[in-house]
Design a protein around this ligand. Sequence first.
Ligand SMILES: [Zn+2]
Length: 239
Amino acid sequence: MAVVSVLAVMGSESGKKVGRRAVLLGGGAAVLGTAALAREELARAWWRLPWSEKERTDGELDHKPAEWRAASAANSRRADRPDDFSVDRVVIHVVQGSYATALKVFRDPLHGAATHYVVRKDGHVAQMVRELDVAFHAGNRDMNERSIGIEHEGFVDRPEDFTAAMYAGSARLTADICARHGIPVDREHIIGHVEVEGTDHTDPGPHWDWDRYMELVAKERARLDGGGPVRAAGRGTRG
Ligand SMILES: [Zn+2]
C-alpha cells in the first residue's frame, strides 16, 4: 500500500511543523480531511520549486509497454529526477485491493498517495506518475525522492493473487527501470515497502516470492543488455 507523507514533507518545506500521519490506501472517509489538507499544502509548495524542468509531453511513458493512466497531480510532487534527486531504489507494494481500486484511488486528488506504476494480475502495467516526479508511496520523504514505486494487484494474505503473469510483467518493468537509472539488480536496491525505514506497512508480505522475482528481474535485465545472464545478488531475506 502507498502511504502519504505529504504533511511531513510539506511541513518542512513550508517551514511549519506538521505531524506525520499515515493514510492507508483503502482508508475510507476518515482520511479525507488529512488528504485534503495535504493537497492544499502541496498546491502551494509547487510554486516554490526553483529549478527549470525537462520538457514534458502529455501521456508520455517511461516504461514503453505500459498504458498511461494519470494519477491526480495532488498525489505526487513535481520534480526533475534524476537531475534533482537520483533514483536508486525500486519499492514493491501490494494494493490490498484490485487494479481498478488502485487506479481509482490514485486518480483521486483527495487520496494523497500514488505509485508510479500499478501491475495487474495478467501482467498489464499502468503508469500513473512520471519517473521525473516524486510519488507519495513509501511514507518516507527520502525514500520517495530516491525511488520508483510499483503497486501489485491483490492482497498480502492471498498467495494465489501473485500470478506468474504479474511477476513477469513486474519483472520486465523493474528491469527496465534498473537499466534506465543504472540501479543494481539486488535486494539492497529493490525492496519491499516493509523494508522502508520507519514504515508500519507489511507489504508485499510473506507470500511475495523474492527469490523468484529477483531471478526474473535479473533475466530481463540481461535480456535488455542483449548479453549474458546477470545473477541476482540477493540478501537472502524473504517476505
Ligand atoms: Zn505499500
